[in-house]
Design a protein around this ligand. Structure first.
Ligand SMILES: Cc1ncc(COP(=O)(O)O)c(C=O)c1O
Length: 362
């Protein structure tokens, strides 16, 4: 079976480096918030050209703590997309704020910035765009709207490590960037992990306290926080992988270009907007024959996944938000037509040719 991602293949290439760093950490006996977490924070802050980076336990926690640290919570509204992974909205709800959905663009699958202002009310405090599948949302328009209405912008960069827009890195454009190091992400650990990137030192200080029981250290607690620290061993593994991230993203882009060449005109291929640097966390096509294509791929031993089959406004768990079928037609149509194909740096050209051949046949 051709998998969606092949983490074993990648591990085998970096095995010696990974074992070396894990041994070093185990020998150090410093397992929580040690030198590797600090080093990774420093390197990611530099990479994204921001002042601060804070390692946390997951991408979901990065979003939750960033929203909280920015002072958004009970009684506030946060504008976001209905076409994303469920965690985006869980994080908003954890803070006591209410998610307010805005439909998406049909080509990038990201929030339609042109429709955000219709949804702004007196209670709106923030916009939370998701750089879905590795393509940056329209941050130029989103920042302009946020400036006009004095709103915070929190970027969900879970799928977009290394992506950029007009030479700025995803996670450095809004008030906070939130990354996930879930194993299958572009920069993934061997377990859970996440990071917040931002420029405001005061907000960063609050986020640092929140991740560690509201404490600056030494059993003095400024606020009630959480246990949400990035694990030292994960930080060590992530430092190894961080050393390869640009090469990994380039290989994903090479693979996407190959898919594009073979599939354009047959299905709708992913777009890359002017000024955008897409990192293809997913290579997602759309077609009216989606289900047939998926069936045929399966018969031929090729994995594919529908991200996402049910937009968030139609999820049972969010019924209390009172949305209905038809509220976000672009997202609903995308849910019927999208299909993500195998995509990872080590994916071979001949496999892509084979996959494209099956799709062309359908
Ligand atoms: C768009 C998006 N937001 C948030 C998350 C949550 O990240 P994590 O699984 O690290 O909590 C994910 C991935 O899982 C994601 O894809």
């Amino acid at each position: 079976m051709v998998p969606m991602v092949d983490l074993r293949k990648q591990f085998r290439e970096i095995k010696d480096e990974v074992f070396k760093v894990i041994t070093e950490i185990l020998e150090s006996s410093h397992y929580i918030l040690g030198a590797k977490v600090s080093e990774l924070e420093k390197k990611i802050a530099e990479y994204n050209n921001v002042k601060e980076a804070i390692g946390v336990a997951s991408g979901t926690d990065a979003l939750h703590l960033a929203i909280d640290a920015l002072g958004v919570g009970e009684g506030d509204e946060v504008i976001t997309t209905p076409f994303t992974f469920f965690a985006t909205v869980e994080a908003i709800l954890y803070t006591g704020a209410t998610p307010v959905f805005v439909d998406i663009e049909q080509d990038t699958f990201n929030i339609d910035a042109g429709r955000i202002e219709e949804h702004i009310t007196d209670r709106t405090k923030a916009i939370l765009p998701v750089h879905l599948f590795g393509h940056p949302a329209d941050m130029v328009k989103i920042r302009e709207i946020a400036r006009r209405h004095r709103l915070k912008v929190i970027e969900d960069c879970a799928q977009a490590f290394g992506a950029g827009l007009h030479k700025k890195k995803a996670g450095s454009i809004g008030d906070a960037g939130c990354f996930s190091f879930y194993p299958s992400k572009n920069l993934g650990g061997y377990g859970d992990g996440g990071m917040i990137t931002l420029n405001n030192s005061k907000v960063a200080g609050i986020a640092r306290e929140l991740r560690n029981h509201g404490s600056k250290g030494a059993y003095r607690h400024e606020r009630v926080g959480f246990n949400s620290r990035l694990d030292e061993i994960q930080a060590g593994i992530l430092l190894v992988k961080f050393g390869h991230i640009d090469e990994y993203n380039k290989k994903r882009r090479r693979n996407a270009a190959l898919y594009n060449g073979l599939l354009s005109g047959i299905v709708n291929c992913p777009v890359e907007r002017k000024g955008a640097y897409h990192v293809y966390h997913q290579y997602t096509i759309r077609s009216g024959k989606r289900d047939k294509i998926q069936q045929k791929l399966k018969e031929n031993g090729v994995s594919s996944v529908v991200y996402y089959p049910v937009p968030l406004h139609l999820q049972k768990a969010l019924k209390f938000l009172d949305y209905r079928k038809g509220d976000f037609p672009v997202a609903e149509k995308a849910a019927r037509e999208v299909l993500s194909l195998p995509m990872y740096p080590e994916l071979e050209g001949e496999t892509i040719v084979k996959i494209a051949g099956i799709i062309r046949e359908v």
